[in-house]
Write a protein that binds this ligand. Structure first.
Ligand SMILES: [Zn+2]
Length: 206
């Protein structure tokens, strides 16, 4: 087999994980970024497949940052699909698409008291540059007929519907987060329209 033939092979393998057996598929987009779909159980030809579309957050997922709840959301989503079957798509679009360096610049501004939305604006960056087109392509490739999305973000529901995958249901993904992310969650709810229930208030910081 030549190298060319090898690169034509689908990049997928069954991996034992702490969440159960997952089949990991890697899809490379036109910009050369590698995205991952973690699949539990049989999803081809299925409707209302439990689905989370998650964007990379190196600071919390790898470095343990307490600025946001991304790590908790990712773990909660993987735990759910490990138990019930479904798909978690992990998109390599750090910092809502602005990249890691800009995200760190925005954090420096937030350390001076600016919130996440205004920090991006001060840097001349959009609030949210993420695209869900590739997620739609991945789900179609997996043969998923429609999804039940785990998300608090209406833009994600719109984005995925726009990419041609019907969203037949959605449910919030609320994690019991550490105190430092509460301000961030309030901004997401009050300024970015996230579907964090109105009555739901982050628990008071201990
Ligand atoms: Zn994060």
């Amino acid at each position: 087999m030549t190298d060319d033939q090898r690169s034509e092979l689908p990049a997928q393998a069954d991996i034992p994980t702490r969440y159960g057996a997952l089949r990991l598929h890697v899809v490379t987009d036109a910009q050369g970024k590698e995205h991952v779909a973690a699949v539990a159980g049989d999803v081809a030809g299925q409707r209302r497949v439990l689905c989370r579309i998650h964007s990379e957050c190196l600071t919390s997922e790898i470095m343990g940052s307490l600025r946001c709840d991304c790590r908790e959301q990712l773990e909660a989503a993987l735990t759910r699909i490990g138990q019930e079957g479904g798909v978690v798509i992990y998109l390599r679009q750090e910092g809502r698409g602005i990249g890691l360096a800009n995200k760190i610049r925005a954090y420096a501004l937030q350390n001076e008291g600016v919130d996440t939305v205004d920090a991006n604006r001060l840097l001349g960056l959009p609030d949210d540059l993420r695209s869900y087109e590739i997620a739609g392509e991945i789900l179609r490739e997996l043969g998923v007929e429609s999804v039940n999305m785990m998300t608090n973000n209406p833009l994600k529901i719109e984005g995925l519907s726009g990419s041609g995958v019907p969203v037949e249901g959605h449910e919030p993904l609320l994690c019991d987060v550490h105190g430092l992310a509460h301000g961030y969650l309030e901004v997401k709810r009050d300024r970015m329209g996230h579907l964090i229930p109105g009555a739901w208030k982050p628990p008071k910081t201990a």
